[in-house]
Unconditional design. Structure first.
Ligand SMILES: [Fe+2]
Length: 261
C-alpha cells in the first residue's frame, strides 16, 4: 500500500501566491510526479486555497483531478469549509456535515481518519468535544491500523507562529491517541516543513508545502516568513516486511543518477 501526502497547496485563482510563489504550477508538477510513481491514494492535508475562495478551490480541484488515483482532502486554516465543500468532489471530501468535515476511509490494509482540526476563529486550530467524541467512536469501532490525517500538528515543533498558541483542545486529542495504540501515523501539514516526532505513542509526520518553505532555524525563532522553494511531499508505504515507512520527495533540479563506486 502506497500513500502520497501533499500539503499546503495555497493555490490562488490566478497569478502567484503572495506575489512570488508559483503554487498552482508546482502542484501541477507534483501531480505529474505522483502519477509517475503510482500510489494507491493521495491525501491532501489542508490549506488547499490561499484565501479560501471558491475560485481557488476550483483551480486546485481541477489540477488534482489529473491524479490517476483517488484523493482525499481535509481543510486547513486558509480554507473555508463552505467553499471547500462546493469546490471539491464529494469523493474527495466525503464529509458533508456542517459542524466539522471529518470522515473515515477504508483501504484494504489501513484505515484513514480525516479529522477536521480547523475553526474559523482560531488559526492554530481546535479540537472540540464533538470532534473528540467522533474520533474516539471511530477508533473504537475498528482495530485496523489507522492513519489519522489532519491539518494542524498536535504538538509544538519549535515553530513560533504555530506553537503559540498551540492547537486548542489538544488535551482531548492527546488522551484519545494515548489509549489507542493502532494509530500508526498522524499526518499533518500547517508548518510548511518536513518534521517528525513521536507523540502519545504515534508518529506525527508534518508534510512540507508545495513551494513556500517556512524560514525556520532552531536558533532564531521569531517573525514568520517563508522561502520560495521547490515543491515537496511525503510518501508513506508498507514495505515487504509490513512496516510503514515514510520517505520525502523534493522536486529539486538535481544532477544524476550516478552509480556508487
Ligand atoms: Fe499553510
Amino acid at each position: 500500500m502506497k500513500i502520497a501526502q501533499i500539503s499546503d497547496l495555497h493555490v490562488v485563482a490566478a497569478g502567484k501566491t503572495q506575489g512570488v510563489a508559483q503554487m498552482a504550477e508546482n502542484l501541477e508538477k507534483v501531480v505529474a510526479h505522483i502519477n509517475g510513481l503510482g500510489p494507491d491514494v493521495v491525501l491532501v492535508s489542508g490549506d488547499i486555497a490561499d484565501t479560501g475562495t471558491l475560485a481557488e478551490v476550483q483551480r486546485a480541484a481541477a489540477i488534482l483531478a489529473e491524479l490517476n488515483v483517488p484523493f482525499y482532502v481535509t481543510p486547513g486554516n486558509h480554507d473555508l469549509r463552505e467553499a471547500l465543500q462546493k469546490g471539491m468532489p464529494v469523493a474527495a471530501l466525503p464529509a458533508r456535515a456542517a459542524g466539522h468535515l471529518s470522515y473515515a476511509v477504508e483501504l484494504p490494509k489501513r484505515r484513514i481518519l480525516a479529522l477536521d482540526s480547523t475553526d474559523p476563529d482560531v488559526p492554530n486550530g481546535r479540537i472540540c468535544e464533538a470532534r473528540a467524541a467522533w474520533l474516539a467512536a471511530e477508533l473504537e469501532s475498528s482495530a485496523k491500523p489507522t492513519l489519522l490525517f489532519m491539518h494542524h500538528p498536535p504538538l509544538k515543533f519549535s515553530v513560533d507562529e504555530t506553537d503559540r498558541p498551540p492547537l486548542e483542545g489538544v488535551e482531548l486529542l492527546s488522551e484519545i491517541v494515548a489509549r489507542h495504540g493502532h494509530i500508526e501515523r498522524i499526518l499533518c501539514g500547517h508548518i510548511h516543513l518536513f518534521a517528525q516526532a513521536l507523540w502519545q505513542g504515534s508518529l506525527v509526520c508534518a508534510a512540507p508545502s508545495m513551494g513556500m518553505r517556512l524560514n525556520w532555524s532552531p536558533n532564531a525563532l521569531g517573525a514568520s516568513s517563508f522561502l520560495v522553494s521547490p515543491p515537496a511531499y511525503l510518501w508513506h508505504m508498507l514495505n515487504e516486511d509490513g512496516n510503514m515507512i515514510t520517505h520525502a520527495f523534493s522536486l529539486d533540479d538535481v544532477d544524476g543518477p550516478f552509480a556508487f563506486t
